[in-house]
Design a protein around this ligand. Sequence first.
Ligand SMILES: [Zn+2]
Length: 470
Amino acid sequence: MLVTHGTLITFGEKNQVVPDGAILVRDGYIADIGSTAELAAKYPDEEALDAEGKLVMPGLICAHTHFYGAFARGMAIPGEPPKNFPEILQKLWWRLDKALTLEDVRYSTLVCLADAIRHGTTALIDHHASPNAIEGSLDVIAQAVEEAGVRACLCYEVSDRDGKEKARAGIKENERFIRKMKGGLMGARGGLVGATFGLHASLTLSDETLEECAALARELGAGFHIHVAEDMADVEDSLEKSGLRVVERLERLGILGPRTIAAHCVHINEREMGILRETGTKVAHNPRSNMNNAVGVAPVLEMLRRGITVGLGNDGFGGNMFTEMHVAYLVHKLARRDPQAMSADQVLRMAFQNNAQIAAPFFGLNPEEKGKRLGGHPPSPPAGELPCTPLGELSVGAWADIILVDYRPPTPLAADNFPWHIVFGVDGTQVDTTIVGGRVLMKGRELLTLDEEEIYAKARELAAKVWRRI
Ligand SMILES: [Zn+2]
């Protein structure tokens, strides 16, 4: 397939804007890039997809989400409204997740995936909980992901909050699924589904459980996906349990490292930032969620300055990652009352380069690189990182995860100013076409892999039953 006549925004190392550009897609990845005139002459027989002047960008990545949370929209929370973060967990999320069946998990996931495709989000890192339907839950999600055709990395959140037996079942579900994904991280199932080891948060995990998970993950070659210091309650609990702050406790118990994603990191100090940096632990910033839960503002600028890889997640808010970028751009300025506090290019670095660095290892290698590896020339990744195909950029050899955005710039658009076009003028609702691994999932705003009407009708029916059970 040849995508023609688009304004390419390539991201990646050689970040550039290519007017009237074209992209050749072969076997799921990008095989050539250039001007439309050049590529149309080079590949005259290739089936063309005319972008008609739209922006052509890499698909967006979400570094932290919860597919299981979709049925919370519009739900009345029984009793007094929660007055702080621990009450939000107890009164909302820990009631909702206990009410979910495997069928609910399937439709909750499909709702999120349809939303993601609509808004140009092509890879998501999910964190799942359904304490009364643990076994097989990751298979149910994986099946929905494959039907939708997006990429997702899955895990089950292990927690001691519901007792030993549920913690055990959570551990088993991670282990089973990671093994099924052939070591979890090398892109079984055509690079669409990946796996990691899920942990809820320090405040619901004992030393014993964390030690057991650390030993098992080492054996499996997996990292973790865990909430870290989202609220002060997590810090206070950790100090009480161990005399250590959250990042210190997790480091001592072997949870951190280059394959681990720490979501939030709102309440961490300089020493903890040093530990995140030294261990190569990745961080997912979720500004909409932090504002909604009123937990605080994460020290993102300090983390970026120290060279920590901070990406952007939505923590279960809608799949429109453009909105998350807009909020990330605004919240730090307001919190510091400093208009220089966050720049648009820093926001885009988190959303594209950093998110790609976090997500790409879960989705393995493209066929060409696999071939090279078989031929005895393995590409060598940085120490501690896994070999993987680039995501989040339009470059030869990267996965063909591409979106067409119907945005007509009212002012000149160039490589040095497009971040400001994105934060002030581009939104997920303008996404017209979504492509993942060369497969067109949405064209002209019409979903091609999912029956949205059926999904939404069934989801409304199931959500009403879930609400009654709560
Ligand atoms: Zn979360």
